[in-house]
Design a protein around this ligand. Structure first.
Ligand code: EPU
Length: 470
């Protein structure tokens, strides 16, 4: 495939039969009797199918690594391009399979997507369909963020809702509550969210739930409110940098949003949005993952093109553990500073410690002297990595949403199975420090959210290799 067409063209390449579908994928999903089934399999495995990653552990990482655009900003921002009939240009889009899934959905809905350079997309949604089918939506839980844009633009939609996933149940009650407060009258029919409303009307509403606010729920309500009549006040809004990024993008399209980044967001409705050109923020979770990789290997790593403010909770924990952390304007360097000591930590919404870094930092605690209590307060079931880390010699005991980790002298290499995106990152980090050769299987999980992680780690000196399954 031509490099120029890497993000938008790969799905088409599979459809044209240029790449073989791995047998193991057919085994997992049954025989491809029907064309749409075949396309589903091709889409799911698009890019890197059942590739494996081999890591020969024990080498300290050293050098600089450039951080890509944020996955969790990109997905809602791409969805938001559906809210205008004018073209939008988005820069710093990471080359990830989740991004390709989202582009497939946008194209299905009627948008023209062109790739202008490696990380720049032009999206033009002159007309938009109101139905997003299950076979496209099911591949990615984040496709729920299509609800806000479709409701805002068309006042009606039928979007298949994704179920739970390995990190636990993924309810959307708060999304629906928020959208209904604006007058959407949503019903659930045959696994789809169906909305058929007239004009939306601004109001005051709350998005507080049992585990805090909701990131994509805040995105959905903010997008719908942008084209509602009057003013909407969203209380208990999520404060994550990715919500701020979406609000900034919408404002560059002509929206009137204030208060983003705090727990109260105000949206003054406008009649229409225009096209815009925008650059996605750097991925704080990718940056945190590379810093932990540097720390665990006792290396000296600098992440470049980051917003250090977004990394504060992670940097504080690494410093308390005993690493030397130096923040620049748009970079952070980590290196060893003598002895280290295990730390307790609990995940919570921003600016707390991010759930998306729990697995990676728990892995660091596995080889840090002392005892660490890790509590998951956002997704209480997000511990799929624990069993695999135990197989590598980690000493972890689980008690509901808490893991008690006793630091061991070393981890031992083993074949391990990636189960979700951040668990895969944790297993790669474990492999970097383990004695021997670690094989991480099902790495398509990691390709959903880390741009070329194996290549980037190699530039830092890691002995890591991807084995393509043909
Ligand atoms: N929740 C509800 N009701 C809802 C929505 C959420 O009870 O209607 C609960 C969830 O069950 C969870 C908590 O609220 O306990 C937070 O969930 P949230 O809605 O904030 O998660 P999300 O918006 O679906 C985004 C990220 C996740 C990240 C979470 C938390 C994207 C595309 N996804 O998900 O990222 O873990 O926020 O920060 O932005 C990842 O990148 O690996 C990932 C899973």
């Amino acid at each position: 495939m031509e490099k120029k067409d890497r993000i938008t063209g790969s799905y088409r390449a599979y459809r044209n039969g240029r790449k073989a579908i791995p047998l193991c994928a057919l085994r997992e999903f049954g025989p491809p009797h029907f064309c749409n089934k075949l396309e589903f399999i091709a889409g799911l495995n698009e890019g890197n199918g059942m590739d494996r990653i081999m890591i020969h552990g024990g080498k300290p990482l050293a050098g600089e690594v450039h951080i890509s655009g944020s996955k969790n900003s990109t997905l809602p921002i791409l969805a938001a391009t559906l809210m205008t009939s004018e073209p939008c240009m988005v820069h710093h889009v990471p080359d990830l399979s989740d991004v390709r899934f989202m582009l497939d959905i946008l194209k299905y809905l009627g948008a023209e997507v062109s790739q202008l350079d490696k990380n720049t997309l032009r999206i033009h949604a002159r007309e938009v369909k109101d139905v997003a089918p299950y076979d496209l939506v099911r591949k990615m839980r984040a496709s729920v963020c299509l609800l806000g844009p479709l409701i805002a633009r068309l006042k009606r939609c039928k979007v298949s809702v994704p179920g739970g996933c390995v990190i636990g149940p993924r309810p959307i009650d708060l999304h629906i509550k928020g959208l209904n407060s604006l007058g959407t009258n949503i019903t659930l029919e045959e696994g789809c969210v169906v909305s058929n409303s007239g004009e939306l009307q601004g109001t005051t509403l709350s998005l507080g739930g049992r585990h805090g606010s909701t990131v994509l729920g805040t995105d959905n309500v903010m997008m719908a409110a942008t084209l509602a009549r009057g003013t909407t006040v969203i209380e208990h809004a999520a404060c994550e940098p990715e919500v701020i990024d979406l609000a900034n993008f919408l404002n560059s399209m002509g929206a009137r949003i204030t208060g983003h980044g705090t727990s109260t967001i105000q949206v003054e409705g406008v009649d229409r949005l225009n096209g815009a050109e925008y650059r996605i923020i750097p991925d704080r979770i990718e940056a945190g993952t590379f810093l932990v990789a540097g720390a665990i290997t006792q290396g000296d790593v600098m992440v470049k093109n980051v917003i250090p403010q977004h990394l504060q909770a992670i940097l504080r924990l690494l410093e308390n553990t005993g690493f030397a952390v130096e923040s620049g304007n748009d970079s952070v360097r980590i290196c060893c500073n003598g002895t280290t000591q295990a730390q307790d930590f609990a995940t919570s919404p921003y600016p707390g410690f991010p759930t998306d870094m729990q697995a990676q930092v728990m892995t660091l605690m596995c080889v840090t002297p002392g005892m660490s209590v890790v509590t998951e307060r956002v997704f209480p079931d997000r511990f799929m990595h624990v069993a695999e880390l135990q197989r590598m010699g980690a000493q972890i005991e689980m008690e509901t949403a808490t893991a008690v980790v006793k630091g061991v002298d070393h981890l031992s290499a083993a074949p391990v199975m990636a189960s979700d995106l951040r668990a895969s990152a944790a297993l790669i980090i474990a492999g970097l420090v383990a004695r021997g050769d670690t094989e991480v299987r099902r790495v398509y999980h990691i390709d959903r959210g880390y741009e070329h992680i194996d290549e980037k780690l190699r530039t830092l000196g890691a002995r890591i290799e991807r084995i393509h399954e043909s």
